[in-house]
Design a protein. Structure first.
Length: 391
């Protein structure tokens, strides 16, 4: 049986904030839409980005009780969300009948999509962007995600071998394929050096080395590790690109700003919030650092740093070890180890020839292994096979 290449895919995502999973979907969806479409469960910056990119997008707003169910939620809050969840799934199902399959791009999307897929009689694919461990999620949420995937998903697409392994260890039995994220190389190739110089002046950075950390502000992302390392590197400045996404991360963001205002760091840490000019900012810094203290599901910013031709220091663990070859395309340090991070930053700054060699090797490697073309091809192949089996 022949399955048309132009799959009618309904991409489902619960969030309108610009996290890693949403940036991934911005890169993936143009290969499918139209006739594919992105359906969000709330309005916000992600919706605006999709529309600006010419990607068909719609919103079916989730009830407040559903939106409030967090990663650490207990059974009481989850039960309160059930009536609203059923109504939401029915609305999604009505829309899904015009498509060949539902592609859940987040865990909340998996919950809604599982019910909607049954109601609409459409196959469900889940893209797993997370390492399902208790470092990131409550035990109840892990059990729920794995149970739903096993029962309703035809396929899980994991963004790394680390994400796949954690899913299987948690009891996952549905078929899993690994497709690493692809990054748009041209965004980094198009950066003008004069733009970078002007941007440095605009940000008020003084002379001297600058390191950059590109991630939302969250305890497990480890920005505090970098701040403590900077305390031992008095000539080094840092830019922190990203902001707290969730309410429970706001306190952590405040703590970071208070620490950065102390005398030993004052004036050296620049909080830039969310930015659209990440390629320019990465080419502005001398070193891109990644400091997650829990296993990273993939490590998109690591690849972006490589494509920006900047030496990268990353935490050893999770998807990061699938991206960086220690001593060849970057440096790996133990999670939460301030002294190791200090030593790695100092070593690269004191040995610029080594930094350049690592950066060039990383650039070549990233172009080869993490292209948009490769990611889109692998996802399309996986979806075509799912739809073919259903028919």
């Amino acid at each position: 049986m022949t399955v048309r290449l132009n799959l009618r895919t309904l991409f489902l995502d619960h969030s309108a904030a610009l996290g890693g999973a949403e940036l991934y979907l911005l890169d993936l969806a143009p290969a499918f839409a139209p006739p594919g479409e992105v359906l969000l469960l709330e309005e916000g910056p992600f919706y605006e980005k999709l529309r600006a990119a010419g990607i068909p997008a719609d919103v079916i707003a989730a009830p407040e009780a559903v939106r409030r169910v967090a990663r650490e939620a207990g059974p009481f809050r989850a039960l309160r969300a059930v009536p609203g969840l059923l109504r939401l799934a029915w609305r999604v199902a009505r829309k899904a009948r015009a498509f060949d399959l539902i592609y859940a791009n987040s865990q909340k999307a998996l919950v809604v999509g599982s019910l909607a897929a049954q109601m609409a009689r459409r196959p469900l694919v889940w893209n797993l962007h997370d390492v399902l461990t208790t470092e990131h999620f409550s035990a109840m949420n892990i059990r729920l995600a794995v149970t739903l995937a096993n029962r309703f998903a035809r396929l899980v697409i994991a963004n790394s071998e680390a994400s796949k392994a954690a899913f299987l260890e948690a009891g996952g039995r549905v078929p899993v394929v690994v497709v690493h994220n692809g990054i748009d190389v041209e965004r980094f190739a198009a950066v003008d050096s004069e733009q970078v110089v002007a941007l440095r002046q605009k940000l008020g950075l003084r002379d001297g080395p600058v390191v950059g950390l590109f991630s939302r502000l969250a305890p497990w992302k480890g920005q505090h590790v970098l701040l403590e390392a900077l305390a031992e590197l008095p000539d080094v400045q840092a830019i922190l690109v990203g902001e707290a996404l969730f309410q429970d991360e706001q306190l952590y963001a405040e703590q970071l700003r208070k620490r950065a205002a102390q005398p030993d760091l004052e004036g050296r840490v620049h909080f830039l919030g969310f930015r659209d000019d990440v390629p320019e900012l990465m080419q502005l810094v001398d070193v891109v650092v990644h400091t997650s203290v829990a296993p990273e599901p993939f490590g998109r910013v690591i690849v972006e740093g490589m494509l920006a031709r900047r030496p990268v220091i990353a935490t050893r663990g999770g998807g990061a070890v699938e991206i960086v070859r220690d001593g060849e395309t970057g440096l790996l340090v133990p999670p939460g180890d301030v002294q190791a991070l200090v030593a790695a930053i100092r070593h690269l700054l004191e040995h610029p020839d080594l930094a350049r060699r690592l950066a060039e090797a990383a650039y070549r490697d990233a172009r080869l292994r993490f292209s948009l073309k490769t990611m889109r091809r692998k996802v399309r192949q996986a979806l075509v096979e799912v739809v073919a089996r259903e028919r």
